[in-house]
Design a protein around this ligand. Structure first.
Ligand code: URA
Length: 233
């Protein structure tokens, strides 16, 4: 791979910056100042430094966001703030986008990546990944609702696979819902079918990936290797 490609994939520097940095001898490859931006780099072996700092090569990033209310699951919008606004500046050049969507008023676990294959894999219905939500309802849930959720509700555009409804023992207005599909407003529509409105909704897990309890609302962090392995990545 060319040095300029290597550096523009892995850092926030533009191609123009990279040319300047090379001219100023600020880029070294295996300890020797790089002489041209088209020099070939082996990304597995060569040690590249910019201004003395080692560059860790990677092309893709995988982020966990604890989405706050009020943000659209999008990369841009004319009116509303979008989730990529919450990505730290030093990671913005990777151009991450959300994997699936949460409603504007839904909080919690949202993944962002710039890896189209990862997105495709997670969104694939074949994957049968359960998404777990915590919901607060305007009326108590009951045993009949558990049956209704498990029976696979029919909607205009799809039939939901059996979903799990778990009712908090101390407050039946607080529930956990697990669904496979993630269609538009799906949890809210399923709760409405059971005669309840959702007052608050938060996604807490995707498959066995839990929302990190230490990740504050509105904060982003990279997924660990162990977390990526959950999805076979
Ligand atoms: N179901 C909903 O109704 N809203 C979401 O944001 C996610 C799932």
């Amino acid at each position: 791979m060319r040095l300029d490609k290597y550096l523009s994939d892995a850092t926030a520097h533009s191609r123009r910056d990279i040319r300047q940095l090379v001219k100023r001898n600020a880029v070294t490859v295996n300890g020797i100042a790089a002489r041209s931006v088209d020099m070939k780099i082996d990304e597995k072996q060569d040690v590249v430094c910019v201004n003395g700092e080692k560059v860790f090569y990677r092309k893709f990033i995988y982020l966990m966001l604890n989405k706050p209310q009020g943000y659209l699951s999008a990369t841009e919008d004319d009116r509303d703030p979008v989730v990529v606004d919450l990505v730290p500046d030093e990671l913005k050049h990777f151009a991450p986008f959300p994997v699936g969507r949460l409603d504007k008023d839904t909080e919690g676990l949202l993944l962002l990546t710039n890896d189209g294959q990862f997105d495709h894999e997670l969104m694939s219905p074949r994957k049968n990944l359960y998404k777990r939500y915590y919901a607060e309802l305007d009326a108590p849930a009951n045993a009949a609702d558990i049956e209704l959720f498990a029976s696979g509700m029919e909607f205009r555009e799809f039939t939901a696979k059996p979903a799990r409804l778990e009712i908090s023992p101390d407050d039946p207005c607080k529930v956990y819902v697990e669904i496979v599909e993630g269609k538009y407003h799906q949890v809210k529509r399923m709760c409405e079918r059971a005669g309840k409105n959702v007052l608050f909704l938060k996604r807490v897990a995707i498959g066995s990936l839990q929302l990190d309890p230490a990740l504050e609302n509105g904060k982003v962090r990279e997924l660990t290797a162990g977390e990526l392995a959950i999805f076979g990545w």
